[in-house]
Design a protein around this ligand. Sequence first.
Ligand code: ATP
Ligand code: MG
Length: 408
Amino acid sequence: MSILRESLKQDGPFLDRKYLSKKYVPEKLLMRDEEKNTIEKHIGNHFSSGMGHHLLIHGPPGTGKTHTIKRIKYDAEDLLEEENIDGKIVYHKCDDDSLYEVFIRLNQKFRDYPSSGVSLSRAMNDLSPHVTNERTVIVLDEFDKIRETHRTVGDPINTTVRQFTRLHEESSRPMDVQLQLILITNDPSIKARLESHNIETFSPITVQFSRYGAEDILMILKDRCQKAFREGVVKEGAISLLSALVKEEGGDIRGGLKTLEIAGEQMYGGNEKIDEADIRDAIAIKNKNDVKSTIRDLSIHEMLVLTSICSKNKSMSKEMYSTYKKLINKTGYEPKSLETVRKRILPRLDDQGLIKTERKGKANQGVFTYFYPGDDNMRKMIYDVVDGGVFNELELPPTFVGRGTLRT
Ligand SMILES: Nc1ncnc2c1ncn2[C@@H]1O[C@H](COP(=O)(O)OP(=O)(O)OP(=O)(O)O)[C@@H](O)[C@H]1O
Ligand SMILES: [Mg+2]
């Protein structure tokens, strides 16, 4: 029998693992009818009158904001086509874009558009006809993550709102602008961050996605298990335990789905079942992967400050800084000042749980801060992430590689 035929026959734990993937947008999000109905009502009003309210959607991570809006977009596009109604919903995840990049990407959703070489005001003007000629909904997901640049004076979220509301003011036919803006964020301080004049001109309807309760999480995860796994593979107790742990960690459904996927990958097939112990093992693997991906996203400076701290069991800022300087000099990058390392880099590493800090001493005798690796395995993880290559060239201090964990 061919390998393909054999593999097709194999009965692993999964029925269809796409249901655990973050790309899978459910046909129906459980327990989100109210939020979905509100958003749909306002989008519907916009398409029928061209004057729909702007929306501000907010709520904690992993509560279904992105997938609700994506579901609505897909359904609405089918409906508009079916009913022969002119209108367009444009979705853009802002991630780490500058405001300039956001306008460029939006133009590119309407037509062929250059990626550079046009000014911000030109890109804005070029967007204007699209939101004038046709009823348009622009969804900016994670709009609070728009990057600060010299163009964004003050908080970029305010510049963003100002630029979009200006589309109305600067259009030659302001009454004809048919733009509905939907802004999505998980920043709990969003209302405080928006300046009052921006709230006035933008005046959105707010849709809040509240945190899930333990029962909600259990229902969502059970539903996914039924779709993704063969019947009975995931034991009831395992789903209950996972739901309780997801709730404890803040309720982000993503963590639960990823854990289930890892638990399934660890199964050898046959009649194996996923039980509570498998869930705990999968969580340990997931946490390790999460740390690695956080390390992967660090800048070279953050990475080398972290490396310097991990080269010792315990260090003070001066010795840590001198190791960092030695390392960064070998890369050819200009070192950041001790001040920058102290004020910006160390707090960021601390926030991400990559290092631990401890302050010792009395105010009148001098207070010292000590830095420790955030995790016993941190050295190994850094080493894995950069694949050893860079570090070999950097000639790390012997303590970093001399513990037997790295080279083996
Ligand atoms: N009510 C629900 N029913 C089914 N699946 C859900 C539900 N809520 C969330 N999910 C799933 O959880 C995952 C996270 O959802 P989503 O990406 O929409 O979160 P979010 O609120 O946009 O988070 P963030 O603020 O981090 O961007 C997705 O895989 C989504 O399908
Ligand atoms: Mg989202």
